[in-house]
Design a protein around this ligand. Structure first.
Ligand code: ZN
Ligand code: ZN
Length: 212
């Protein structure tokens, strides 16, 4: 069975999630944007074995700590989709623009594609490509616990910004409608910022995607 714990990191309060298999104690960190001390403490406190870092997209608040953590712990970086290569290449400029400490460059061990499946311990997690906020944005669907880690695609009551380079509003709406909604109204999502919600709630009340 999968379990998770979410830790807000960086001045942007980005929701980094520690996800693990409670049979094997193998764990991943989804979007380790920074505050590596707090992330390491969360892993150690639960006596977990970190096996990889998973990225939804390559904005600095989500990916800024990945390079250093991967190097120091000898971990592979999985994701995002190759469409975010330009955001990884631009990590130094992102650091400057948002006043973050310099982020280490990294190369993902594996780019993700729509429909990929990742194994964590004795569980499987599905990957959906959800472009719009960034071209290479992916989400992680843990169907067995009805959870989806959606990064900056969808928030409780809002949706991701599309005014950055490579952003596309209509594409984001299409991603939400065709790739998130089919996971089911009762699926709880963990957004990149702010509180959890479920897809049914957003389909009814979120002004950006209501009734879609
Ligand atoms: Zn973002
Ligand atoms: Zn973000």
């Amino acid at each position: 069975m999968l379990r998770y714990h979410t830790i807000p990191v960086t001045p942007f309060q980005q929701n980094c999630s520690l996800l693990w298999c409670d049979r094997t104690q193998e764990a991943v960190l989804i979007d380790p944007g920074g505050d590596l001390g707090a992330l390491r403490a969360a892993v150690q406190q639960r006596k977990l074995k970190l096996v990889a870092l998973w990225l939804t997209h390559a904005h600095i608040d989500h990916a800024g700590g990945a390079g250093q953590l991967a190097r120091e712990e000898g971990l592979p970086i999985i994701g995002p989709h190759q469409g975010d290569q330009f955001w990884i290449d631009g990590m130094p400029q992102q650091s400057q623009m948002f006043g973050f400490p310099p982020a280490e460059h990294f190369t993902p061990a594996r780019w993700l594609e729509d429909g990929d499946t990742l194994t964590l311990g004795e569980s499987q997690v599905g990957v959906r490509h959800c472009p719009g906020h960034t071209p290479g944005h992916v989400v992680f669907h843990a169907a067995e616990i009805k959870r989806c880690f959606v990064g900056d695609v969808l928030f409780a009551g809002s949706i991701g910004r599309t005014d950055f380079p490579g952003g596309n509003h209509q594409q984001l709406l299409d991603s939400i409608r065709t790739r998130l909604w089919p996971m089911g109204d009762d699926t709880v999502f963990i957004p990149g910022h702010g509180p959890e919600s479920n897809f049914g709630e957003e389909r009814r009340f979120n002004p950006y995607v209501r009734g879609t």
